[in-house]
Design a protein around this ligand. Sequence first.
Ligand code: NAD
Ligand code: LMR
Length: 363
Amino acid sequence: MTLAFIPFRLPRRRRCSIDGGNSNQRKMLKLMKLRSASAFLSRSYGSGSVPQRKVAVLGAAGGIGQPLGLLMKLNPLVSDLSLYDIAGTPGVAADVSHVNTRSAVAGYVGEDQLPRALEGCDLVIIPAGVPRKPGMTRDDLFNINAGIVKSLCSAIAKYCPHAIVNMISNPVNSTVPIAAEVFKKAGTYDENKLFGVTTLDVVRARTFYAGKAKVPVEEVNVPVVGGHAGITILPLFSQVTPKANLSDEDIQALTKRTQDGGTEVVEAKAGKGSATLSMAYAGALFADACLKGLNGVPDVVECSFVQSSITELPFFASKVKLGKNGVEEVLGLGTMSDYEKRGLESLIPELKGSIEKGIQFAS
Ligand SMILES: NC(=O)c1ccc[n+]([C@@H]2O[C@H](COP(=O)([O-])OP(=O)(O)OC[C@H]3O[C@@H](n4cnc5c(N)ncnc54)[C@H](O)[C@@H]3O)[C@@H](O)[C@H]2O)c1
Ligand SMILES: O=C(O)C[C@H](O)C(=O)O
């Protein structure tokens, strides 16, 4: 998983050898980086023209929304960036708009301006809602965030019914089913266009594994399946690459740390919210993957919580192939270890309950 808007990165070994060189070599590196950026774009779109893509961030003045807005402004696949919140967006939009990259930026504040924020959107990212404080579960956010998500999704159904939706607001295990129900009621539901963003779980699993296995973090690839809360987060370290010789105890500790990654941040922030910067990074990665898919870039695969039939549950996170219409294929679970099989069995009742809670709320 690499960011389209950081196409300049050379593989680690090449970077090392040139970075240490003389000034001519460094100039050459700079030129190569610029060339590789334009080569990337023309490779992806043939004629060299990048499609116009309007992206909205709902909750754009928040802890996630602000850095996510900035990261989307850095993404050359975005032509129009729409920053919406119930307060604070004029300032955030003015600030982000001064960054000298491709997209036009507009700030929208309050419900009256929501239609204009959404009209013509290809992708809507939703980090609106309250975050956890220490001692809370993600489900404790349900009472406030379910209503926020429901009303935002009603507006999406009305003003940009064909947009891809990236749901960040917690509890994701329930907010995605809520969104699906709202879209179904409005007659606009397309199961291929609704995604629960679980990328931060993958980002964490990669980081924690790389630290333990002493392998370069950029090379680590590991699927994380299930959902996005506690034991419903199931990293499949038996499928990780590159392989390292870790004990069962190590794998269990890595699994637990991945499952508790959000809580680790909530506790460290001591009442000032949950993960924002790492989430903005993860959200930008996932949004970028969706845009690449929309633009026809082949073989884009990410983990996401989507409508699924790979288990008995109607929604499930797994590897998903992204294409011009959103989900192109929900990929299976692959071969799992006995430990992971037990993890899968024990997450099912909790995830089922959270999905049903969301469906019931919205219907
Ligand atoms: N999926 C994940 O992996 C993941 C990771 C981190 C956080 N989260 C969740 O993301 C959400 C946001 O977290 P945060 O730290 O940015 O919170 P925050 O409180 O800093 O920001 C939330 C923003 O949402 C806005 N908002 C509230 N109601 C709104 C509405 N009706 N329309 C538009 N905007 C509205 C607020 O004004 C605020 O600016 C939380 O629910 C959190 O649990 C999810
Ligand atoms: O833990 C949280 O409440 C926020 C988010 O879901 C996370 O995983 O960081």
